[in-house]
Design a protein around this ligand. Sequence first.
Ligand code: FES
Ligand code: FES
Length: 162
Amino acid sequence: MTSVTLSVNGRQHVVEVEPRRTLADVLRDDLGLHGTHLGCEHGVCGACTVLVDGDPTRACLLFAVQCQDSSITTIEGLSKDGALHPVQQAFTDNFGLQCGFCTPGFIMLLVGALESHSVGNDEDLVEVLSSNLCRCTGYRSILQAAKQAAAELQAGAGKGAR
Ligand code: FES
Ligand code: FES
């Protein structure tokens, strides 16, 4: 077993883990953060996406011991003072989910992409969303939610720049 300190959603957690255990398993089984879902467990579906130092990352492909000194954000860490993150609100407003299994992964993917300002137009959004799989919605409502969130975050960034 190895001791690792994980910074998750702004809180430090010291956990004893076997080096073979993934970040996704430790988040779910040791820290009780079940919003990070596991689908394929080999890097294809994106259901396990979390932010590691702000970058969308597949938690099923990363060992927990690799995350010492990194800042991790999961879906549980997005809302502030009871208010949903703009990406969460956009999924709600646009019915961007059905079973919801893929939803945390899509939301973390979009938060990372939009907050890094790497998304310039709708084509970029489609490209970003192609990284994750949803078996339910046909992506139309997810794309609609992504457009709303992008517009809101860009407007917010514009205000901050003034
Ligand atoms: S569970 Fe990680 S990519 Fe599918
Ligand atoms: S809402 Fe069901 S897999 Fe995406």
